[in-house]
Design a protein around this ligand. Sequence first.
Ligand code: AAL
Length: 373
Amino acid sequence: MLSISFLSWADANNPVAFPYHMPMEKPDMPLSKAMNRAYQQYSTPTYRPNQLFTQFKYTRLSGFDYANGDGTITRRDPSKVIKANGRYYVWYTKRQTHTPPRGAAKSTESIPSSDWDLSEIWYATSEDGFNWQEQGVAVKRPPKPNVGWRSVSTPDILVWKGKYYLYYQGFLEASGKHGDDCPVTVSVADSPNGPWKATNKIVIPNGAKGAWDQSSIHDPYPLVYQGKIYLYYKSDFKAQGQIVRAQGLAISDDPLGGFKKHPLNPVMNSGHETTLFPWKQGIAALVIRHGNEHNTIQYAPDGVNFDVVTTVSMMPFAAGPYIPDAFTDTKNGQGITWGLSHFTWQGTRDTRHTILARFDCDLAQHIDEPSMR
Ligand code: AAL
């Protein structure tokens, strides 16, 4: 905790100067709109650094092989990191193909259209979050015509009543043929080491024709909140010819079905890959990459109605944080300090691939003065 200092600018010539000290009660004087907001929106009634502000640091991971970056191996879209059996686990999209992606028109049964086409879901474990051991495949592509026969990608993990559930995108055609269209399916296991049993069922279907999420359900992201599974996801629609990415919510108390899309969907008007975590009584979200409210951290005290809380930079793409209370149904979410994210190497057509990296941040309640780093 910082000691309270009284560095006031007030003096005889300027008796009503803004009193600069911290933490600080709202002064009884006219305030600019910005300073009113500083109290009302971020820190009523005492001005203090916003706990949902952070910078992000990145570290290269050891333990993954990239075929010298020739574009034939990709690892991307990591799940949340969980701790089980005394070590950390992460699941991710892995593509290992004999050529890099060539676009939808040139794709074949063995040539990928996109970086996440013809992929499987793999997993890795770590003692310290920096050095990882790739353990192998968790979910393979099922035989045609099952959901995901063309590609399974972009997984996320749920631990619910002692079982493990992997939610992921199940492509029924090469990504890029008609956009990036796919629904979400789920596999279940008794242990994070598997074996994973595919349900081969669509668990979050695309929306009805004309709905905002009619084409795709991407980046499924389950948390346990208010005794239920709150699964956030990304979709997109076109407005005036522009793609608008937004995020929706589907709620269930059965991990294998019965997800009801929230009537207020979409619940966020921006963002790309979904990254959220329990925060105090509600849910906080990293709003990454796209939209009017990109590069913000948002908070919804009810998990549904989000407000922008801070603006940040260099956000982790496709972040999968380590969230100790992701599934505990906490009423006082503690926040996050690290996780995995990805960096896409655009390179040339023949070297396009993506790598996993670690990010560190201080979006945790136990870090007292987060903006003073
Ligand atoms: C990602 C995610 C989804 C998309 C593609 C692969 O970052 O948003 O997974 O389908 O890009």
